[in-house]
Design a protein around this ligand. Structure first.
Ligand SMILES: Cc1cc2nc3c(=O)[nH]c(=O)nc-3n(C[C@H](O)[C@H](O)[C@H](O)COP(=O)(O)OP(=O)(O)OC[C@H]3O[C@@H](n4cnc5c(N)ncnc54)[C@H](O)[C@@H]3O)c2cc1C
Length: 518
């Protein structure tokens, strides 16, 4: 076990609950709402304000098989195709079938989605979906969803609670250790749910909020939980970046008709894929990278949307406002774009009810790896995964809560953080730069070797908890990427540019793997 914190639970204040949920995004809140409604004493801990999350930033919408011409079967086969041979079919069936009920729950709980004048739900289209099936609210669906969930949740919510370690002893989790108001506090519970979001924030250029540093995934690894598919990071093709500060331009913009053009004004996606701009994300991302190399720059042209009679200021108010603030009017000129890190596919390996490999520890949402996304997430399937598996995890928690002992007084857990070996001073930006330059859109044995060496040094010698925690997860990503000697979905190796049948399987990463490295 690799604790990054010195503690002894006997020396610190403690609180007890039936279940502790770490993270106030869509996954954590959905799970906590159901747990509370099942009668459990629940606390949601979140390191920033309750609304600071990837959920809050989601623009495009939620994929759901609600349109008349759609079916869970069709949604299932689109999900399977996008995942490049690695989607877990059982999990994808659950996602597409239960998704319909969960989106209806959101509507009942007050989330608004766009409707026609007759009051019917409107659906938009995104890459690799065979029909328009994305419900949305302007270009701020996530904010709307999070507001509805926060309104619905009636349990305890602790903001500014940075969860640093899990309280694990002999293969069982008894809660978490969090820093609240500068003080360590033990939050005991027979069940802990990690809902800390993804890890795209470990990259220098990304679309995520600063909270997405993979804290929960790193802690789960350090305290013995099995992780899965760490090498798969989804890079979004269209972000606008001003230096290292980037924001997403949703795929829904291309779904409504925007096109990609190169420095010469030529629409080029047809050279790379028959679906043009709506090809799978990894294809569009690499096409943009090579077209940038060939011609210098790539732009997203919104003007074809206007030609369809849609006012882009009204349809995409947040995106167009942000662009106008940067001095670019997408009604008049193409927008320079670049691919950046966006979504984390890997995470804590879980079963159909969110159980990890440690008793009493669950994971949901982007922090988990259910296998529904395979090697490449189908657009707008992630919020759906949060609500479907957030709900299922609540039932899994409730069931396990019935038989797990609630006597914490016997449990004494203490740990000493491993000492700094080299005495170097590193920052989170160092980790992010290494990840961006060496474990990014295009990887190779050479770049990954550099990353593994540097990240091991940081993991062993940094003094800050956040830097060490991030370097450890970065190391897991780099090693998993090194082991996968092929290209598949979001993982592209210039030295192994094709899929290889022997790698058509999920990868795993464990504490034993970590201990061999540091
Ligand atoms: C810009 C953007 C646009 C997107 N658009 C879409 C879209 O249109 N459709 C779609 O389906 N998906 C979209 N996604 C992806 C989707 O939003 C996320 O996958 C999803 O919201 C993840 O939800 P979550 O609950 O797992 O994590 P999050 O929403 O990220 O929540 C994680 C929570 O954990 C907390 N936390 C993290 N670490 C700690 C810690 N150590 N201690 C305590 N608390 C902690 C955070 O503060 C936060 O509250 C988008 C993502 C981004 C960034």
């Amino acid at each position: 076990m690799r604790s990054l914190t010195d503690f002894d639970v006997l020396d610190i204040p403690a609180r007890s609950y039936d279940a502790v949920v770490v993270g106030s995004g869509a996954a954590g809140l959905f799970c906590a709402i159901v747990l509370k409604e099942l009668g459990l004493k629940v606390a949601v801990l979140t390191k920033a304000d309750a609304s600071e999350s990837s959920t809050n930033l989601a623009q495009g919408g939620i994929a759901v098989a609600l349109p008349r011409e759609d079916s869970p079967d069709l949604h299932f086969s689109d999900t399977l195709r996008a995942g490049a041979g690695l989607v877990n079919p059982k999990m994808a069936r659950i996602l597409t079938e239960e998704g319909v009920k969960r989106v209806i729950d959101l509507i009942k709980w007050g989330a608004r989605f766009e409707r026609t004048p007759d009051g019917l739900l409107k659906f938009t289209k995104e890459a690799a979906h065979s029909v328009p099936r994305i419900v949305y609210y302007q270009d701020k669906t996530g904010e709307e969803v999070q507001k509805a969930l926060l309104n619905r949740y009636r349990g305890e919510l602790v903001e500014g609670a940075l969860v640093k370690e899990l309280l694990v002893k002999e293969g069982r989790c008894y809660g978490v250790l969090a820093q609240v108001g500068g003080r360590l506090t033990a939050f005991y519970a027979p069940i802990t749910v990690i809902a800390t979001g993804g890890a795209a924030g470990l990259y220098l250029k990304n679309t995520n909020p600063p909270t997405s540093t993979g804290d929960g995934i790193s802690a789960a690894l350090r305290w013995g939980a099995l992780l899965q598919d760490l090498e798969f990071v989804q890079f979004h093709p269209t972000a606008f970046c001003d230096g290292e500060e980037c924001f997403l331009i949703s795929e829904a913009v291309r779904g409504e008709g925007a096109v990609l053009i190169d420095e010469h004004g030529r629409r080029f996606m047809g050279d790379y894929h028959h679906l043009w701009e709506l090809a799978p994300r990894d294809v569009v991302t690499r096409a943009i990278e090579s077209q940038k190399e060939l011609t210098g720059a790539v732009y997203l042209d919104f003007r074809p949307i206007e030609k369809r009679g849609i006012d882009i200021y009204k349809r995409f108010p947040t995106i167009t406002r942000k662009l106008l603030e940067k001095g670019i009017d997408p009604k008049r000129e193409p927008v320079p774009i670049t691919p950046v890190a966006h979504y984390y596919i890997g995470g804590v390996k879980v079963d159909t009810f969110g159980r990890s490999s440690i008793e009493g520890l669950f994971a949901v949402g982007e922090a988990s790896c259910t296998g529904v996304h395979g090697a490449n997430r189908l657009a707008s399937n992630s919020l759906l995964e949060c609500i479907v598996f957030g709900n299922r995890a609540a039932y899994g928690v409730y069931r396990d809560f019935m038989y797990l002992s609630r006597d914490f007084t016997e449990v004494r857990i203490s740990a000493t953080s491993y000492p700094s070996r080299f005495g170097g001073e590193f920052t989170l930006t160092d980790v992010k730069r290494i990840m961006w330059e060496n474990v990014g859109i295009v990887r190779s044995a050479e770049s990954l070797t550099i990353a593994i060496e540097k990240l091991s040094e940081i993991a062993l010698s940094a003094s800050g908890w956040e830097v060490r925690s991030s370097a450890i997860l970065g190391l897991g990503i780099a090693v998993s990427a090194m082991r996968r000697e092929e290209s598949r979905g979001g993982h592209y190796r210039s030295d192994f540019p094709y899929e290889r049948e022997e790698f058509r399987k999920h990868s795993q990463f464990s504490l034993a793997d970590l201990e061999r490295l540091i």
